[in-house]
Write a new protein. Structure first.
Lengths: 430, 292
């Protein structure tokens, strides 16, 4: 009897143990890990708020971030994830030929337009596609004729010039509207013992933002785009004139010494401390950084060239957002994530905490920051057209030539010599 | 059988590690360099030696090669030479704690990561706030203050300076250890025979530390050709590629320009060069070690 009871108890324990183990296994298998790659090394907190909101609808999903420094991410970091056979389910990317196009061509990007048109947004109150500003929903690939959308826009970035308002007041100058005026105020600033223009070209992008706009103002958007596609020569008279305009600023000693060896972050303290006046080109995403300093600062549109072929309403811009890995095992969860990050609640975080310009319709009321309002009213809304950031929009080979030419110019080389050398390299590419 | 097999079993773990972490990547690298490989798909068409033929047309590759050669030669001579001089000086310090202090100070830079050292020197060379320019300005040599990392004529020298600061102490400590091993009696006999200090140094010290010289020159040779962190962090290869090195150019090609196969071909070129230099150097040193 005792023996039988012992056996029954033993079997019961065994059965209970098996059931518990099976239950645990089931619970474990229900837990999903969604791999998300991005550039939010120092600013993950706002994203964590969005993830918390996402987890309310997807409690079984754990978001695993792989974040890298922006430069590392764009220049190899993201590619490495794919090359290593560990593609993320969702990944941050930037519009343009350098980034988005590669992933589309390699079949590593999923077209999103059909889903956007068929499904409701995160809030469930309208078709997902209709949540966005129409201008935000372009492919993100500059040369693409395709109708699809591969990069869900989260950030739209515009750039303009920034300045220390106290320095301007001290020197007695006002924000310029033309390059001639800019040259004149730079002279006054220099005479006051202050560095007129600062930017950091070590990462080979910030100088391109300024000079790219200069090319547009002098030679026009068509010329800029043709240069990007190697259909316009560096030695073209209009392009050369843009180089000569830059040469004038370099020769006058208006640009910070060692501009090719400093980063944007190296340059800021000079302006914040009043040792320099103008940051030649910087984006709306830096508003929180500048606000933190508690200094008086302001922005101005990139000047126009009085004799130029450009249009003052054309602005340099690009988008950034998330792309979807087409072979993801967790498509529904990944799309849910995209909906969450493009929800109205997330938009408020993007605008108010991350300092981004809005991409959703009806989100204007989120903008409380006066500098952000200025960006909207004076730069992004009046913009009739855009030119893309060279480091994103130029093919890598072409960008290398462009950045090398710019670096040489900033190093004091003459415009004619630089453009001739650049054109020689373009010919070799062809 | 057990006796015959056991030596191989002992080295098997090391062989497996070397095979997996060294030989396999090299073989895969050679394979990739023969393709037009797309890392995003893991595939690419076979193109034969096309990537290697491109090497000859790449202007910047030749700048990088020249920089590597210059950097290697200068750092090798200065770091090994100054290391020896410092070691001889410390060897003369008879106060124990002082000798220890010198050794700790000299070795300290070697334990810092090259990334940290490069960032630190980025601040030293900063045009506006940098320590170097501030010192020059404060001692009345303001005319010498310049954009050290932003000029094609000074950027490479600045990088060599950082390498010197980082490695000279290491050379000194290794030479110091070698000097300590030389029996004092050799010098005593030479002194009795009337040999001058210089002659003792040339005929006793130099030959007896030649083993260490081989090690240090070998390390400098390999380190010089694989240098990456200092130029990449300090200048990013600029200005105008004047501080481009083979490794940084290979990485830029592979990851920034999206030419994985060409970047790999540069790495293979580097590997072949290193093998040739190392074997040639070791051949010149054969039979030149001294037992004592």
């Amino acid at each position: 009897m005792m023996r039988r009871m012992f056996l029954v108890v033993l079997c019961s324990f065994f059965a209970v143990g098996m059931a518990v183990a099976a239950g645990q296994k089931e619970a474990k298998s229900a837990k999903i890990v969604l791999n998300v790659a991005g550039i939010f090394v120092d600013d993950l907190k706002p994203w964590e708020e969005i993830v918390a909101m996402y987890k309310e609808k997807f409690p079984n999903v754990e978001i695993k971030w792989t974040n890298m420094n922006n430069d590392d991410y764009q220049r190899g970091g993201l590619t490495s994830l794919f090359a290593a056979g560990t593609p993320p389910d969702v990944y941050w990317n930037f519009g343009g030929d350098r980034q988005v196009a590669r992933y589309i061509e390699a079949g590593q990007a999923m077209g999103l337009m059909a889903t956007l048109a068929a499904e409701k947004n995160w809030e469930g109150n309208k078709v997902w596609k209709d949540s966005f500003l129409p201008s935000a929903l372009t492919s993100g690939r500059m040369e693409a004729e395709e109708k699809d959308l591969y990069l869900l826009p989260i950030d739209i970035n515009y750039v303009c010039a920034w300045y220390n308002a106290d320095v301007f007041n001290k020197v007695g100058v006002k924000a310029p509207t033309t390059f001639t005026e800019l040259f004149q105020i730079c002279q006054k600033i220099k005479d006051a013992g202050i560095i007129p223009i600062v930017f950091g070209n070590k990462g080979r992008w910030q100088g391109g933002h300024w000079f790219g706009t200069m090319i547009e103002r002098v030679a026009g958007k068509k010329a800029f785009d043709e240069l990007r596609l190697t259909r316009r020569a560096y030695t073209d008279p209009d392009i050369l004139r843009a180089f000569e305009l830059l040469e004038k600023f370099v020769k006058a000693g208006f640009i910070v010494e060692g501009v090719n060896t400093i980063t944007q972050e190296d340059g800021w303290p000079l302006i914040w401390a009043g040792k320099a006046a103008i940051e030649a080109s910087s984006g709306s995403w830096n508003i929180p950084n500048w606000d933190e300093q508690g200094i008086a600062y302001d922005l101005f549109k990139q000047p126009k060239d009085e004799n130029g072929k450009g249009d003052w309403r054309v602005e340099m811009s690009n988008k950034a957002g998330f792309m979807l890995y087409p072979k993801t095992t967790y498509k529904a969860e990944a799309i849910g994530f995209l909906k969450a990050v493009s929800s109205m609640a997330a938009e408020k975080i993007h605008v108010q905490i991350r300092g981004q310009l809005p991409v959703l319709l009806g989100s204007d009321s989120f903008i409380v920051n006066p500098k952000m309002l200025k960006f909207i009213r004076e730069i992004s809304v009046p913009a009739t057209d855009t030119i893309i950031f060279p480091e994103d929009g130029f093919a890598p080979d072409v960008d290398a030539i462009f950045q090398d030419a710019l670096e040489a110019m900033l190093d004091g080389k003459p415009a004619k010599e630089v453009t001739a050398a650049a054109q020689k390299r373009v010919e070799a590419l062809k | 059988v057990h006796r015959k097999l056991s030596p191989y079993l002992y080295v098997l773990p090391a062989l497996l590690l070397v095979g997996f972490f060294v030989l396999y990547p090299v073989a895969k690298g050679i394979y990739i360099s023969l393709l037009e490989y797309n890392p995003l798909t893991g595939r690419g068409p076979y193109v034969g030696l096309k990537q290697f033929l491109r090497l000859f047309q790449d202007r910047i590759l030749w700048i990088a090669l020249r920089n590597n050669v210059l950097y290697t030669m200068i750092t090798m001579v200065t770091e090994v030479g100054a290391g020896l001089a410092l070691a001889v000086l410390i060897n003369r310090v008879k106060t124990g704690w002082l000798s220890n202090a010198y050794r700790v100070i000299l070795f300290a830079p070697r334990v810092l990561s090259m990334a940290a050292v490069s960032i630190l020197f980025g601040l030293v060379f900063h045009t506006q706030f940098g320590l170097l320019n501030n010192i020059l300005r404060n001692v009345g040599l303001a005319s010498l203050a310049r954009t050290w990392l932003g000029r094609t004529d000074t950027a490479l020298l600045a990088i060599i300076g950082v390498s010197f600061w980082s490695f000279v102490g290491f050379s000194a400590i290794l030479y110091f250890a070698a000097l300590q091993r030389i029996p004092q009696s050799y010098y005593e006999v030479a002194a009795i025979e009337g040999a001058s200090a210089l002659r003792q140094f040339v005929q006793i010290t130099i030959p007896l530390i030649s083993g260490m010289t081989t090690v240090l020159v070998g390390l400098a040779l390999i380190g010089g050709f694989t240098e990456f962190a200092i130029p990449y962090i300090l200048t990013g290869g600029g200005p105008s590629h004047s501080t481009e090195f083979l490794v940084s150019w290979s990485i830029k090609q592979a990851f920034e320009m999206n030419r994985m196969s060409y970047g790999t071909a540069i790495s293979i070129l580097l590997l072949i060069m290193e093998l040739i230099f190392t074997f040639a150097f070791l051949r010149t040193r054969e039979g030149k070690s001294y037992e004592y």
